[in-house]
Structure formats: structure tokens, C-alpha cells
Design a protein around this ligand. Sequence first.
Ligand SMILES: Cc1cc2nc3c(=O)[nH]c(=O)nc-3n(C[C@H](O)[C@H](O)[C@H](O)COP(=O)(O)OP(=O)(O)OC[C@H]3O[C@@H](n4cnc5c(N)ncnc54)[C@H](O)[C@@H]3O)c2cc1C
Length: 473
Amino acid sequence: MESVSVVTRDGGSVEFSGDSLQEFAAGLGGSLVTRSSADYEEVRAVWNAMIETRPALIARCADAADAQRCVRFADSNDLLFSIRGAGHNIAGSGLVEGGLTIDLSGMRNVEVDTESRTAVIQPGATLGDVDAATLAQGLALPVGINSTTGIAGLTLGGGFGWLSRKFGLTIDSLISANVVTAGGEMITASETENADLFWGLRGGGGNFGVVTSFTFGLYPVGPDLLCGLVVHPFSAGPDALRYYREFTSNCPDELTVWMVLRDAPPLPFLPEEVHGTKVVIFAFVYAGDPAEGERLLEPLRSYGTPHGEHVGVMPFADFQQAFDPLLTPGARNYWKSHNFNSIEDGLVTEILSAVETLPSPQSEIFIAQVGGAAARLPIDSTAYPHRDTAFVMNVHTRWEDASDDGKCIDWARGFFDATAPFSTGGVYVNFVSDAADAARVQAAYGSSYPRLQKLKAKYDPDNVFRTNLNVRP
Ligand SMILES: Cc1cc2nc3c(=O)[nH]c(=O)nc-3n(C[C@H](O)[C@H](O)[C@H](O)COP(=O)(O)OP(=O)(O)OC[C@H]3O[C@@H](n4cnc5c(N)ncnc54)[C@H](O)[C@@H]3O)c2cc1C
């Protein structure tokens, strides 16, 4: 192994000889990758191709003991390091320029206990791994809507998707987490052990330690549910958005309806001439008896004159992958996001005018209906501070060619500014594109920030876990 220079927390660097790196690597159950390793680019790549961050060292952990070795190695050398789960974060915070990346993406085991209805999940698991293991047993964890997303980053930020109105956020199912602390100790956080840390892990991101396993409670679900998409022409826009507002104001917890505005993908149930034209899509899941879902969704399905629909009782595990083709890894992505309490008329006008000028065929505006069970826990019960939000809007600006960066980013920022007056001022921590934007960090942690700072001062006073949306001790 050749010598490697690694960035330290004070901005300097440490030069490691090949022998000392060999010794560190030999102590790992996994492997150590450097910039000159043949598989470096493949190992380094994350979901968002905009992220060009190049760690000096990537430690591919095989188990919790590896994560502990890495934290201790970083600590004894003052190294700047990052923690990587499945590498899905839009800001690319799983990587660190010139530092050490503690890469957990190989640790993907999901162990389901059907008797206790719990799952022990390793931090590199994707939502696809989780759904495959749980739904095969007729059980589910409420997670997000894209199967390649990592469970670790998602959970530490809060986590919501099709089942969260019925069963709460992903963190609301968390029973305990095993954590390597800043000092390299392995501890457990739960309601009864290190309860303050347990509070902070549920929304405070990767600020407090490396989580090496999560234990979750599961719920009986499906495995088949009534799910689907109804696609309307863009000309229905103003009325369709107001209809969406009215319809979602009366949904029981079992029913979740999201809205997507974009150019129509080549979906087989749409006439060919509709492909590539602007559309308004209602996407929904009924997490209960399909017959009751049919009854409740009847008005939505008979509203207006849609281009087409794909609705039916289907394996929920399949619907969990319905959006995957639109969200594949490797494209350039820039997101902007706001939380809303309502969809005001002025917001409808701004959304429709932004859709008219979408900067690329892959870009879209996503509106997620949240609330329900997630909104009924007290706000200070976990560090996630946005339980009272009704809708989360995420603007997925997405394109292929770097020469379009300026155009696409400007469009997203312009739309973000235009819709800011309608927002709560809050934002979901996992949807922030720029980890260095201090105002968005404050908006993400909201009312929890002062308590998170106190917790940071207790568990990580030197801020060794800093390559994230950082809480400063
Ligand atoms: C296409 C797409 C769709 C999405 N859909 C949803 C959705 O429906 N619902 C939703 O809630 N979110 C959604 N997200 C956001 C998602 O929750 C975040 O991107 C999340 O950060 C992904 O986690 P990861 O482990 O893959 O991230 P990584 O990039 O691997 O890590 C991100 C950060 O999380 C922290 N982290 C990761 N693992 C650990 C660990 N083991 N211990 C401590 N800290 C750790 C670190 O700070 C790290 O920097 C989506 C993201 C994408 C790209």
C-alpha cells in the first residue's frame, strides 16, 4: 500500500505510511480503499452524480467492531471523517473530501422476528432490503418511497412515506439503536438506556455517533394493498390542485395521497401522445381493507377527465418500487424543499407557473401528504420538529449534462424563493441540498436545535461527527 495524506479536523493533514495503513487495514474485517485502488471510483460513487467529493480513505466496514476501529483510528489521529450508509443523501454528506469515510454500505442484513414483530437492521440496508424481508412476512416498517434509499440516514432524519400517516414516522417505530460514540465506546440508546441520546438520534441526523444497528417494531401490513396512480392533463392544473387540497383535508390515516407534477414518463397505461407532456399525477396508497379503500378513493378516481390510471390491489413491495425508474442513481440532482400547512391559492399559482418552465424532462415537483399518526405525538417527543406539517414539497431538479447545472439550479432556487412566503419556514433535514447553508440547518432542526446543542455538548463536545447537517455543540 502507498502512503496517503489524510485531512485532519483542524484543516491540516496527517501522512500515513503504507505500513501504518496496512496495519489499520489488517485490523478490519472489511477492507480499506484508497484513491489508487482499482475499485475506488465505484466504491466512492453516491446516488447524486453532482457529488464529486473524494475521500482519501474509505473503510468498508464488515461489522460494528470495524466501525468502532474506524472511530478510534480517526480519534487518535484527529482525522476528519464521514459516515456513509447507502449513500443516498442529496448533499452527499456520506463522503468527506480528503478525509476518512466510514462506509457501512456493505452491512445490509435485516433480521425479522415474526413473533415479537421486530426487525434488527444493519445501517447499510436499503429500503428495498427492509421491505423484502418484512413484507415477505406480512409485516412492514413505515419507510420512504424509493427502494434504493438507505435506512440509516432516513431514520436518523425522521423518515416518512406511504405508511407514516397510519403508523407514524420511521423513528416512531425505533425501539433501540447500537451506537459507537465519539470516544469509540459502544452503547445502546433506547427509552430506558441513554434516553437523551435516543431522543436526539430520532431526527438529529448523524451528529451523535455511528449507528451500527437499529431495532424497530413492525406492523401487520398487506402484503397486498390498494395502490395506484391517476394521471391528469396539465390543463386540469389549477382545479386539480384545489381538488387535491380538498380531498386530502378529509383523509383517514389509512389513506395517503401525494401529488407529482412533471412531464409524463412513458407509462404503459398512458396513450403514447401523452408521453412527455406535462401532467398532474395523484399517487396513493390505502393501508387498510382494500374494499374500504375503493369506496374512499371513488371520488378521487372519478374526478375530472384523466389521461389514464393504474390502480389495483397489488403487492405493496412492488408499489414501493413504483418510483424507482424516475429516481435511479447516477444523474445530477439538486433539491429544494419547503414544509407547508396548507396549499394556498397563491402557492397553486407558483407551482403551476414553475411546472411550465421545468428545466429538464426529468425534473418534478413532489408534494407529500404527511400528518395523521405522525402528527399526534408531542413535537418534543423526538428531535424531529416538523410533526405539525401537513405537506412536504420537494423539488427534484434532475438532469444529465453538467453544462445544464446553472440553468437547473437557478430554476430550483427561483421556485424555492417564490414559494417561501407560503411555507412554515421548516424543512426536512434529509431534503437539504447544501449542508453548509446555516439558515437551512436551523430550519431543519427548528425548535429542537437548543436541546440538540446541549446533547452534542454531552456526547460529542469536540464535534468529531461534523460532516453532516451539523449541530454545533
Ligand atoms: C431518490 C430519493 C428518494 C427519497 N425519498 C424519501 C422518502 O420518501 N422519505 C424520506 O424520509 N426520505 C427520503 N429520501 C431522503 C433520505 O432519507 C436521505 O437521502 C437519507 O440521508 C438517505 O440515507 P442514506 O443512509 O442512504 O444516506 P447516506 O448518504 O449514506 O448518509 C447520509 C448521512 O446520514 C448519516 N448517517 C448515515 N448512516 C449513518 C449511521 N449508521 N450512523 C450515523 N449517521 C449515519 C450521516 O450523517 C451521513 O452523512 C429520499 C432520498 C432520495 C435520494
